[in-house]
Each structure stands twice: as C-alpha cells, then as structure tokens.
Write a protein that binds this ligand. Sequence first.
Ligand SMILES: CC(C)(COP(=O)(O)OP(=O)(O)OC[C@H]1O[C@@H](n2cnc3c(N)ncnc32)[C@H](O)[C@@H]1OP(=O)(O)O)[C@@H](O)C(=O)NCCC(=O)NCCS
Length: 160
Amino acid sequence: MEFPSSLSREPFDRQYFEASGRWLSNPELQKLIMAPEPEPQGRLLWFQSLQARDDYWIWGIGLNGHPIGCFGIKHVDVARSTGEYWGYIGEPHLWGKRIGPWMLSEAATVAHSHGLDSLYLRVWVENLRAIRLYRLVGFLDSTLDGDVLTMAAPVALLLR
Ligand SMILES: CC(C)(COP(=O)(O)OP(=O)(O)OC[C@H]1O[C@@H](n2cnc3c(N)ncnc32)[C@H](O)[C@@H]1OP(=O)(O)O)[C@@H](O)C(=O)NCCC(=O)NCCS
C-alpha cells in the first residue's frame, strides 16, 4: 500500500467543510457521487446541524495533514445495527491510488466500535471504479433501482 501511513481520519471541521465546497463544484465528482447541485446556504445549515446529530458520522481524510476528501456513515441505526457508508476523494489526481480500501477500513473500525454489524451504500451504476473497490473489499449487490445500485457488507469483513 502506497498511502495509508500518511493518511489520517480527521474531524470534519470548518477547513474540511470549505474544502468540500470546492470539491463539490467539480461536475465530474458531482456525477460520480450523484450529488445535487451545490446550494451554499443549505450546505451551511447542514454543516451547522452536524454536531447535534447522532445518526450522521462524518470525517475528513488528511494526506500528510492536507484535506483530500471526506467520508462517513449516515442513517446510523443502532437498533438495526446498520448504517449507510459514503465517501469521496475530492482531488481527482488522487483517484485510483488505493486510498479507497483505507476509507472503508476506517469506517468499519468506527462502525464496529459502535456495535454496527453491517454497512450498506448506494452507488451510481456507471461508477465502475467505486463498484470495483466495493466488490473487492467485500460488498455484495443487494438491489438495483434505476441507475442506483445498493450494496451491503458485514462490518467484520471490512475490518483489516
Ligand atoms: C471511489 C473512490 C473512493 C475509490 O477510491 P480509490 O482510492 O480511488 O480507489 P482504489 O485505488 O482503491 O481502487 C480503484 C481500483 O483499484 C482496485 N483495487 C483497490 N485495491 C486493490 C488491491 N489491494 N488489489 C487489487 N486491486 C485493488 C479496485 O478494484 C479499482 O479498480 P480500477 O482502478 O481498475 O477501477 C475514489 O476513486 C473517489 O473518491 N472517486 C470519486 C468519487 C466517488 O466516486 N465516490 C464514490 C461514490 S459511491
């Protein structure tokens, strides 16, 4: 692995929020993550709401101390021991460099520590790199709804 020693999971603070605003202005990234058109006021309200939420976990990805992306688990449902993983590397020149498995293993570590047994995710069917990564680490297809594929994996399988 080329990167993990210099990668860190960081609090999603103001610096990450502002970086994510820049990342999300990239139409290619928007398409890959099926993001709605960025809406600054709504995004700020969302950011300000994060601290009070226990169903939404979010972290920044630092590479040598610099923000390069973010990931998290939303719709955390402790009663059902599950949640929805999501994540993206915001800097396109860092795509395809094996950072993805680290993101999933970090998310699984936190999920495991909170007693979650499984994670699911939603991915655009044409996002082939992401789908290859998810299959590689152990996600299986569960449903296909239009162009959105839902995949799921036991947390134990994602721990490294
Ligand atoms: C999707 C994303 C998180 C994947 O992370 P990544 O670090 O770029 O991906 P990886 O380098 O780990 O994996 C990509 C490729 O390597 C392969 N791979 C990863 N780890 C591997 C390993 N240990 N051995 C062999 N192959 C491996 C994957 O199968 C995949 O194949 P491909 O490049 O031929 O398509 C990242 O590319 C990204 O953020 N993209 C833009 C936003 C996005 O699509 N987010 C996901 C929305 S659901």
